[in-house]
Design a protein around this ligand. Structure first.
Ligand SMILES: NC(=O)c1ccc[n+]([C@@H]2O[C@H](COP(=O)([O-])OP(=O)(O)OC[C@H]3O[C@@H](n4cnc5c(N)ncnc54)[C@H](OP(=O)(O)O)[C@@H]3O)[C@@H](O)[C@H]2O)c1
Length: 387
């Protein structure tokens, strides 16, 4: 994005515009949250934040400018919104889905930009749990006479910024676990032969969820059975493909696997144990894949350690599209924050590998609640979140 100079400070600050009103605050915060949602998957390691500058024109409130965190995490949403508003931001209200930053990073803090433009009122949804901020952004503004309101639509903002919050507070990414099942509950054929469960509309929806993830993850079982591409193949969104992650304790991923062959087109990270064969690492690395090692538990790679590793690399949101084994181990370690269960209207009509094993079934009924159901042609998508 080209840099537009920030408005220079005018003589005195007036406002705030529009007059403070709780219903208006919610309305504009909802829009800021929707803006933030647009760039989920593009801004890691930073959160995707939405911001609006709102003034008034005598008839009522007027949106002066908007911003969303740019790909790669910079510039921040509020800086873009303020730059777009220019001198009209003086006396206006700034809505941001997360507390503005107050620390010097690669760019000066956003609170400086807010002070420079003369915004009179700042409304945020949440305090930023990042230890470099954690209330300091709000306090900085209050100390300088800016009215600050926080906690507006906080629950919705926690959902939007879940990946950032978990990476900051627990050192792991947020995990969405997807499973597709036939009407009679199978995830795969017993023989391992490929089984296409869901139809076109459901698959498009899956690609949209992929686009908003920082990483798509599978176990090597899925690589061996399905040889997937794990890219976003929606028209116009081909550049949104996230990092592809394989959990592969002993580096069984074949050199011929699509994820290995295309590793230079979309990043492929393969996580294995410390004692996985060095020769296999050399072969996969020569194809452009990045091999990362973690400790082992019960002979397989330590999944919580793998999640910490991904967070350390900046990943905030993981979309797990692996098979039943990956699903069970993620649930067993309480690492799943959201379930997406796609159910086809067709039956397998033969014994298959159950999609929802005992661990998942217990977790779904005890720890999760259904929050959304979508009908996607002949398929149904159910979204569950932690209760
Ligand atoms: N219906 C669906 O939603 C869906 C989705 C994906 C795949 N599938 C189907 O599921 C079948 C494959 O099932 P799957 O369960 O083998 O696939 P998976 O869960 O994707 O992969 C399993 C592999 O992950 C590796 N892994 C690494 N660390 C692990 C750990 N700590 N715990 C458990 N596994 C770990 C294991 O191999 P190592 O021990 O060698 O590391 C394990 O064999 C295929 O038929 C595929 O088509 C269905």
């Amino acid at each position: 994005m080209s840099a537009v100079p920030l408005a220079s400070p005018g003589p005195e600050r007036s406002g705030p515009w529009p007059a403070p009103d709780a219903a208006l605050d919610e309305r504009f915060m909802r829009m800021a949250l929707a803006l933030g949602e647009r760039h989920l998957g593009l801004t890691w390691p930073n959160p995707s934040v939405g911001a609006l500058v709102v003034g008034a024109d005598g008839e009522g409130p007027l949106i002066l400018a908007q911003g969303v965190t740019q790909p790669g995490g910079r510039p921040h949403a509020e800086r873009i919104a303020l730059e777009n508003a220019g001198a009209s931001a003086r006396g206006a209200t700034l809505y941001i889905s997360l507390e503005p930053c107050s620390h010097h990073g690669r760019t000066p803090p956003c609170v400086d930009a807010i002070m420079t433009t003369g915004v009179a009122r700042v409304v945020t949804a949440l305090e930023d749990p990042d230890p470099r901020v954690r209330g300091r952004g709000h306090q900085f503004l209050r100390d300088r006479g800016v009215e600050v309101v926080t906690g507006v639509l906080a629950d919705a903002a926690r959902r939007l910024h879940r990946g950032h919050i978990l990476r900051t507070t627990e050192g792991r990414p947020a995990v969405t676990l997807k499973l597709a099942q036939t009407a009679d509950g199978s995830a795969a054929r017993l023989s391992g032969a490929r089984l296409l469960i869901t139809g076109e509309r459901s698959n498009c929806r899956t690609h949209l969820i992929r686009a908003h993830a920082d990483a798509i993850m599978v176990g090597v079982g899925t690589v061996l059975a399905d040889d997937p591409q794990l890219t976003v193949r929606l028209p116009g969104m081909e550049d949104w493909s996230p990092v592809r992650v394989i959990l592969d304790s002993r580096l069984r991923t074949p050199a011929s696997a699509t994820l290995a062959v295309t590793a230079r087109e979309a990043p492929t990270w393969i996580i294995c144990t410390e004692d996985a064969p060095a020769e296999a690492e050399r072969r996969l690395a020569a194809q452009g894949a990045e091999v990362m090692r973690v400790g082992a538990r019960d002979g397989r790679l330590d999944v919580p350690a793998a999640m910490r590793l991904l967070a350390g690399r900046g990943i905030t949101r993981v979309f797990s599209e692996g098979g039943p084994s990956c699903a069970e181990v993620l649930v067993a370690h309480d690492l799943v924050d959201e379930f997406a269960v796609a159910t086809s209207s067709s039956r397998l009509n033969e014994p298959g590998i159950p999609a929802i094993g005992p661990g998942l079934r217990t977790a779904l009924s005890n720890r999760f609640m259904l929050v959304e159901t979508e009908e996607l042609g002949p398929d149904r998508l159910e979204l569950y979140e932690r209760a």
